[in-house]
Design a protein around this ligand. Structure first.
Ligand code: ZN
Length: 326
């Protein structure tokens, strides 16, 4: 039915990109991980969620703000300036979890503040972050309409006009918020598009990929929708787990464990049930950068073509309009 399409688009539409043939380590049948941003988290929530994940054998990625807030914040959630929270992250790292970067602080940060935050990160965790996800700070990199190209960027601008979003400058050389060169030098992977399919690799067969027109990010990756408790639970429901395993795919769930996973000090029962079910499957449960390093080694480093970029962007824009994905 897609006979007229160029091969790479046909492959992406069908999902028959060879991802089914990936042989996962340790005879695992699929891969599953989580990229968790700290927005709205409180220490008891972090403790509860991560002891649950650790007990089940998951080893995922938790992104953090290393810098103490210097002014009014734009989000709730802890930073590494809290010694108890920092100690908890260090314990998680020792257990095999990955600590990622969510920009410098829960407010826009200048280049100097980002540099300071990355120094602190290295001091606290022993190495620069391998993985990052933009927070909605003005130093976010290739964010807002800059996630998209051509008509799609114009369309996005029109659609979000009423929201009065801030502008983003992390990739704009010479701007006070510019840090693209530092990002490229120190950070391996940056999250971009989020899709509704649990099998992230099916929505984005090329990840991790580099994009020649967005050179300040070394490699990009996509994720699957789970920004809040209800959308997370919807994406990992039983039949989707089964399909992920059947397809031999890879899932990188995008989330905020601070939003809708814990009520009155207890884990949401449906989240608990589904994660316990997933843990019993024969999956490879490693942090985001471990999974992406493996894919890069196995498939080679992908450089996005114009057609592939158009496909990823159009699909994301359509899903955002139809389903409100992140
Ligand atoms: Zn955030």
């Amino acid at each position: 039915m897609h006979g007229g399409l160029p091969g790479e688009i046909r492959q992406a539409v069908n999902g028959s990109n060879g991802t089914g043939s990936i042989t996962w380590p340790e005879s695992r049948r699929f891969a599953f991980t989580i990229m968790d941003d700290p927005d709205g988290q409180h220490l008891p929530t972090t403790r509860l969620v991560y002891s649950f994940l650790a007990d089940l054998g998951f080893r995922t990625t938790i992104a953090t703000w290393p810098l103490e807030p210097q002014r009014q914040t734009n989000s709730g959630g802890p930073t590494c300036a809290d010694p108890q929270y920092r100690a908890l992250l260090q314990q998680l790292k020792a257990l095999g979890f990955e600590i990622g970067f969510h920009n410098a602080a829960p407010h826009s940060a200048t280049r100097e503040e980002t540099l300071k935050a990355l120094e602190l990160f290295e001091k606290y965790f022993g190495a620069p972050p391998a993985t990052m996800a933009n927070h909605y700070n003005q130093e976010a990199i290739y964010w807002g309409p800059a996630r998209l190209t051509g008509w799609r960027a114009r369309c996005y601008k029109l659609l979000t006009y009423r929201r009065k979003d801030p502008e983003f400058f992390g990739h704009v050389a010479g701007h006070a918020f510019f840090w693209g060169d530092i990002c490229r030098e120190r950070i391996r992977y940056c999250r971009n598009f989020v899709y509704s399919n649990i099998n992230t690799l099916r929505s984005c067969p090329w990840m991790p990929y580099s994009d020649p027109i967005r050179p300040y990010v070394r490699h990009w990756f996509s994720a699957s929708e789970g920004a809040q408790g209800p959308s997370f639970v919807k994406t990992i429901q039983d039949r989707n787990q089964e399909r992920l395993e059947e397809e031999g795919g890879a899932s990188i769930m995008y989330t905020h464990f601070g939003h809708g996973f814990v009520n009155n000090g207890k884990l949401d029962p449906e989240f608990r049930r589904l994660m316990e079910r997933l843990a019993r499957r024969n999956g490879w449960f490693v942090p985001v950068s471990t999974l992406l390093d493996f894919l890069r080694e196995r498939k080679g480093a992908a450089i996005l073509t114009n057609k592939q970029r158009a496909l990823l962007e159009t699909r994301w824009l359509c899903e955002k309009l139809l389903r409100g994905t992140s």
